[in-house]
Write a protein that binds this ligand. Structure first.
Ligand code: FES
Length: 133
């Protein structure tokens, strides 16, 4: 479950732990809702192009988390592994290294262990979208 109203209002939610009534009136976007008609979202396409799944059980959550982490990184939100920016550097951009992607995607479990290709898919989506969600 993801509400997407632009970068400032993006908020991800772990749906299996979410109480549905708490989101009454919220705009919710699921993995399926990311596509524009028959055109896949760049992250969805990257998962296909990079074989970022095996059974597909975890894929909707992985895709939503990937989109969310791209939004957060584009907004300059640091993760636990983001190098501290110099106080003089007001425009510090976050480089989505493999370590940064792994940290931001942590908590998304894949029973099939497709992590190598999930990482490749997120890296590919970040590179082809210029880091924009
Ligand atoms: S692809 Fe099946 S659980 Fe991740």
């Amino acid at each position: 479950m993801r509400g997407m109203h632009g970068l400032a209002q993006w908020q991800g939610a772990t749906t299996c732990l979410a109480f549905a009534v708490a989101y009454d009136g919220a705009e919710i976007t699921t993995a399926e809702g990311l596509a524009d008609g028959k055109t896949l979202h760049p992250v969805q396409q990257a998962f296909l192009d990079q074989d970022g799944f095996q059974c597909g059980y975890c894929t909707p959550g992985q895709i939503c988390s990937a989109v969310g982490m791209l939004v957060e990184a584009a907004a300059g939100q640091p993760s636990h592994v983001t190098a501290p920016a110099s106080p003089a550097d007001k425009s510090a951009e976050i480089t989505l290294s493999d370590t940064e992607i792994r940290e931001r995607m942590s908590g998304n479990l894949c029973r099939r262990g497709a992590y190598v290709n999930i990482l490749a898919a997120v890296r590919h989506a970040a590179a082809t979208s210029g880091g924009q969600p």
